[in-house]
Design a protein around this ligand. Structure first.
Ligand SMILES: Cc1ncc(COP(=O)(O)O)c(C=O)c1O
Length: 423
């Protein structure tokens, strides 16, 4: 049966779509995914940082079922409660000032919306993005994405007037500096870009992931983000935080911006917003959003009533239980264990992350990326029932992103497996 699905997948689905494992899932609950033979795996990917409350959380399933029986679709023909209820909740939990929303379906669409909104609002065309960033694969978002040239291949020309500055990925400093001993030369590069390539008054927005996701799970220095915010404010550039991957508690706070005291003008949300139902959003201040004229943007499926009901239930549960606290605690526990492993395994170059957005970077003796070692570790994990995936331009960083509900016992078990696989 599994072979049928896999061969059908190969025959009927585009090879452009890359599946991370050969598992055919028939059922999933909490941390676990089960195949047809009944084999269970611990999913430390959370379906790509999306099932933050684990698979099929009961409150979310119940809310979606109730909504399904009453109204599945609106297509912007009717108003409906679940969309407004969700906007109210988002206004409460997103960074200060974010209080109006446009709902769409995917992270890439949210980024597209953010770019369009910033251009409309400022009347400017320039966009600052960051090398290593991932913002999605639609052509606008792809113009900002630069985690791998593979994604951009044969898609040129992309959006013009997008300028990439180096992301402060300190373990592999793009400016050749030593982490903690630099003068943020990467920020100096950005300032030079504004002197030589585009003047600040022509820039609509700077779009940044507050923690680099697909590009390597790198946590930037707070000082860099503060300076970026200052530069934006001083020049009328809108600061766009892409919290598609970092949002909804992944880093132990509702949004990663909170760790850095960052106040974005626009925020892009997706992935975990509705616990696995397709939904995304662009949020901004009332002032900026109100200036987007009727018809300037739109959608048929965005803000689907069922997805919105699921999102409300997911937010309510996260607020009611100590989910964010658990993510922080489990993250600290994992970092401690991973650092202990680093002490014993020379192939681990770096352990980093916030909350349950954790990266382990594998290196060779000379410090260069060791993708082969990582592949073996991932295979070793999978054969022992733990699913982990990689990231980074050299695919030598393993990302650990279990559900925020993971218990200490589950974390212990998964980290034991990881340690065995290292051996
Ligand atoms: C930070 C970030 N932005 C945008 C996207 C695109 O989201 P989607 O795949 O839902 O279009 C992703 C996906 O990984 C992401 O990590």
């Amino acid at each position: 049966m599994d072979n049928d699905v896999i061969s059908g997948s190969r025959r009927l689905l585009t090879p452009a779509l890359v599946f991370h494992t050969g598992i055919v899932a028939v059922k999933a609950e909490g941390l676990y995914v089960e195949d047809a033979s009944g084999k269970r795996y611990m999913d430390f990917t959370s379906g790509l940082a999306t099932s933050n409350l684990g698979h099929c959380p009961p409150e979310v399933v119940a809310a979606a079922k109730a909504q399904l029986e009453n109204l599945i679709h609106s297509g912007c023909i009717f108003h409906y409660r679940s969309e407004v209820d969700l906007a109210e909740r988002l206004a409460r939990i997103t960074p200060e000032g974010i209080e109006m929303f446009f709902f769409s379906n995917s992270g890439a669409e949210a980024v597209e919306g953010a770019i369009k909104l910033a251009r409309h609002s400022t009347g400017r065309q320039g966009i600052i993005a960051f090398t290593g960033a991932f913002h999605g694969r639609t052509l606008g978002a792809l113009s900002l994405t630069s985690s791998s040239s593979r994604y951009r291949k044969n898609c040129h020309p992309l959006l013009p007037s997008v300028f990439h500055a180096p992301y402060p990925y300190c373990y592999r400093c793009p400016m050749g500096q030593k982490s903690g001993e630099c003068s943020l030369e990467c920020f100096g590069f950005l300032e030079k870009m504004l002197r030589h390539q585009i003047s600040a008054e022509e820039v609509a927005c700077a779009v940044i992931e507050p923690v680099l996701g697909e590009g390597g799970y790198a946590v930037p220095p707070a000082e860099y983000l503060k300076r970026l915010e200052g530069l934006c404010r001083a020049n009328g550039i809108l600061l766009v935080a892409d919290e598609v991957q970092t949002g909804f508690g992944r880093t132990g706070r509702w949004f990663a911006c909170e760790h850095f005291g960052l106040t974005p003008d626009i925020i892009a949300l997706g992935k975990a917003i509705a616990s696995g139902f397709p939904l995304s959003a662009v949020g901004s201040t009332t002032k900026i959003m109100s200036g987007w004229p009727p018809g300037a943007h739109g959608t048929t499926f965005g803000g689907n009533p069922v997805s919105c009901a699921a999102a409300c239930a997911a937010i309510d549960r996260t607020e009611k239980e100590s989910i964010l606290g658990n993510a922080s605690d489990m993250g600290l526990y994992a970092v401690e264990r991973l650092r202990a492993m680093q002490g014993k395994c020379a192939s681990i170059g770096d352990v980093r992350g916030l909350g349950l957005m954790l990266g382990v970077e594998f290196v060779k003796k000379d410090g260069s990326p060791d993708r082969e070692f990582l592949k073996k570790v991932m295979e070793g994990c999978l054969s022992r029932g733990l699913i982990v995936i990689e990231c980074g331009p050299d695919k030598n960083v393993v990302r650990l992103m279990p559900p925020l509900t993971a218990t200490k016992t589950e974390m212990e078990r998964a980290l034991d497996i990881f340690e065995e696989a290292l051996g």
